[in-house]
Design a protein around this ligand. Sequence first.
Ligand code: DGL
Length: 255
Amino acid sequence: MDNRPIGVFDSGLGGLTVLEKIYKYAPFENYIFLADQKNCPYGTKEESTVRNIVIENCQYLEKIGCKEIIIACNTASLFIEDAKKTCKIPVISVIEPTATNACSSSKNGNIGVIATDLTIKKGRYQKIIEGQNKSVFSVPCSEFVDYIENDITNIERGRTLVKEKLTYLKEQNVDTLVYGCTHFSLMEALYKELFGNINYIDCGDSIKEIAFEKIERTTNKEYGKIDIITSSNAKEFSDKMGWFKININSIKEKK
Ligand code: DGL
């Protein structure tokens, strides 16, 4: 039995979509969620900058006593090998399981991937999906991150963004759309307006089982706490996460 918390991090709100699925799957673990708002967005930064941020966040979560790190961010997941080299605890990333989930869901073999500019540029999703003999159509959508973080109540702007960026994917007859950025699950209703009844693949669903394969679980049924640490302003983050319906134990600022 291992009662230490599980560390989860992202540049912001997106990681909460992963935490929500993981928490529902394993509600008796304790979780520490690091919202790295100070460095948001990751997806338009230089590779070397994101690499350093990922290493720093993983080292921090290990130092404060986590038993595992879940990188709840695709852009940060690009640097999992760098993170693994510096951490002694298991580090889990979202890209491989999400891409594989998409491949097994698609019937017509046409898969759309939407992700940040850096994730699309690095081509990891494209490589895995093509390696499983499917056709992949990808669109860099870092604009969605800013919309989700700062303007998500403006539905008309969201609808216009989705139309502008994703009509191309609709024309490719994709039967599966991968949210290759954890923020993007928060715009699901808008994709459904455009694509209708296709498969929608999100990272949380894709990793929730895998996330527990390498660790000992707690047996303490009193557990199930979520503590949030933000690298920016606690009140600001708390105001943005009204949609997250799971009880939060605390929100603190990183020292
Ligand atoms: N949520 C992150 C991802 O999955 C990226 C958002 C950002 O650009 O910071 O890639």
